[in-house]
Design a protein around this ligand. Structure first.
Ligand SMILES: [Zn+2]
Length: 202
């Protein structure tokens, strides 16, 4: 029925979406969690979408274009999970919203008035329930930004940790290497277990 409605064009409310990551500094043991928004909640108007179209070798329910980006709506329910092939179709910039149909009846029955088709259309156009972004066209770039922010935080932590500390002289009893620096880990042996430290005399 949703496909029949979509044939005349479909407005769909899309939820907000952000990516997040966590990192721990091995020196200070502090943890940092960062979330970066990919998109705000919005409404997308699909005019003349292609129904049950092929997208990169996978049959998708609704295929449309927003600016130049392919935009897919995949209808999912128990027994019809999203195929992995949609996630990595060989192009980076496209969007895919998965709409879950299993609990739809429950939302429909809350609406006493109106024709079923209109209630369904309203639910798709105005609610953000029962759907999520599987892929967003900006996602890859935002993940790069996120990783940059996590790395920046880690560098700041390291600077903080070493601030006011003098470099020390080290000697590894295993490979006999000596070095001067902030880390007691022997680079050749990959461990600090055989390292002894000698603080420079001031
Ligand atoms: Zn060593």
């Amino acid at each position: 029925m949703l496909l029949q409605l979509a044939a005349d064009g479909l407005a769909i409310r899309t939820p907000g979406y952000s990516v997040s990551g966590e990192i721990q500094c091995p020196l200070t043991n502090k943890k940092k969690h960062i979330a970066v928004p990919v998109t705000e909640e919005s409404t997308v108007n699909l005019e003349q979408p292609q129904l049950e179209a092929m997208f990169s070798g996978t049959r998708v329910d609704i295929l449309s274009y927003i600016s130049k980006y392919p935009f897919i709506v995949y209808l999912s329910h128990k027994g019809r999970s999203v195929p992995d092939s949609i996630r990595k179709p060989g192009i980076v910039e496209f969007g895919c919203i998965v709409l879950y149909l299993d609990n739809l009846q429950q939302y429909m029955s809350q609406e006493k008035r109106g024709r079923y088709s209109q209630v369904l259309r309203n639910f798709v156009a105005h609610s953000t329930a029962e759907r999520h972004w599987l892929v967003h066209p900006r996602e890859t770039r935002v993940i790069e930004i996120l990783n940059g922010q996590l790395e920046f935080w880690l560098t700041q932590q390291e600077k903080e940790y070493y601030k006011g500390k003098d470099p020390a002289s080290y000697r590894c009893a295993m490979c006999k290497a000596t070095w001067c620096g902030y880390s007691r880990e022997c680079e050749s042996c990959g461990t600090h277990l055989y390292t002894s430290e000698k603080r420079p005399q001031r």
